[in-house]
Write a protein that binds this ligand. Structure first.
Ligand code: PGA
Length: 266
């Protein structure tokens, strides 16, 4: 079952050029041991995807795109489609809060992107999460409900098995550098949100789907708080931004995912 493996995703955002990405990957590859119980996914800049796809050992790392356009081809200047990414990436981050809040991506865009990814054999990682003001107004559950209902509308139960949900409270996201000191939820709060997400999935797709879907936590995850989140009930991995840009830090997070699973199996 897919939840037997922890999923650690490094979202490099708009950092590292093609050369830097290649050097970074070389360094990381020397630090990260291949583990059966941990799947590591890297989401570099779009520009570096092609070259990194030739450089990586896919048993060690998989690749994700940070965004895509939902039409397969046509007159859409500046966009890249899931069809063009097919075979290059295994995963696509969809509906990241920076896409939603800086670039005005709507739930309808998110839904279309999820479907485009699935059509092209790319596994979507659907990001959901409340802003600071929504949290202050006690609207977290409503926001998550709406984002899940809209993002997953028209998906079949079979397609859902290819989808991962990432809970990323917007207020917990770092600016890329302050990931070690930025406020985050407590692991038990992330666990109760994961339980809420599974309840929504249960309503939409039934019990089995709810217990099988992978739920990640993201927002200032780092090597110090990783074990807490990874050990929280119902959390199957991490979506890591700032801390994924430091090879030492990221490899420690990956190792913690392995150690945590090793302890859980005893
Ligand atoms: P952060 O970013 O770890 O730097 O907070 C996570 C994300 O935006 O996916």
């Amino acid at each position: 079952m897919v939840r037997d493996k922890k999923l650690i995703v490094g979202n490099w955002k708009m950092n590292l050029d093609t050369n830097e990405a290649s050097l970074y990957l070389h360094k990381l590859a020397g630090m990260v041991k291949m583990r059966r119980d941990v799947e590591v996914v890297l989401a570099p800049t779009l520009l570096a995807l092609q070259s990194l796809s030739l450089q990586i050992d896919r048993r060690q790392f998989k690749l994700a795109v940070q965004n895509l356009y939902w039409r397969d081809a046509g007159a859409y200047t500046g966009e890249v489609s899931a069809t063009q990414l097919r075979g290059v990436v295994d995963y696509a981050i969809v509906g990241h809060s920076e896409r939603r809040h800086i670039f005005g991506e709507t739930d309808k865009d998110v839904r279309n992107k999820i479907q485009a990814a699935l059509r092209n054999n790319i596994r979507p990682i659907l990001c959901v999460g409340e802003t600071a003001s929504e949290r202050a107004d006690n609207e977290t559950n409503d926001v998550l409900h709406d984002q899940l209902a809209a993002g997953l509308a028209n998906i079949t139960s079979d397609e859902l098995t290819h989808i991962t949900v990432a809970y990323e409270p917007v207020w917990a996201l770092s600016n890329g550098k302050d990931f070690a000191s930025h406020p985050t939820p407590l692991p038990e709060d992330a666990a109760s949100v994961a339980a809420f997400i599974r309840r929504q999935i249960d309503h939409m797709f039934g019990k089995n789907a709810a217990s099988d879907i992978r739920v990640l936590y993201g927002g200032s995850a780092n090597s110090h708080n990783a074990s807490g989140f990874l050990g929280a009930e119902g959390i199957d991995g991490l979506l890591v931004g700032g801390a994924s840009l430091n090879a030492q830090e990221f490899s420690e997070i990956i190792e913690k995912a392995h150690k945590g699973s090793a302890v859980a199996k005893k």
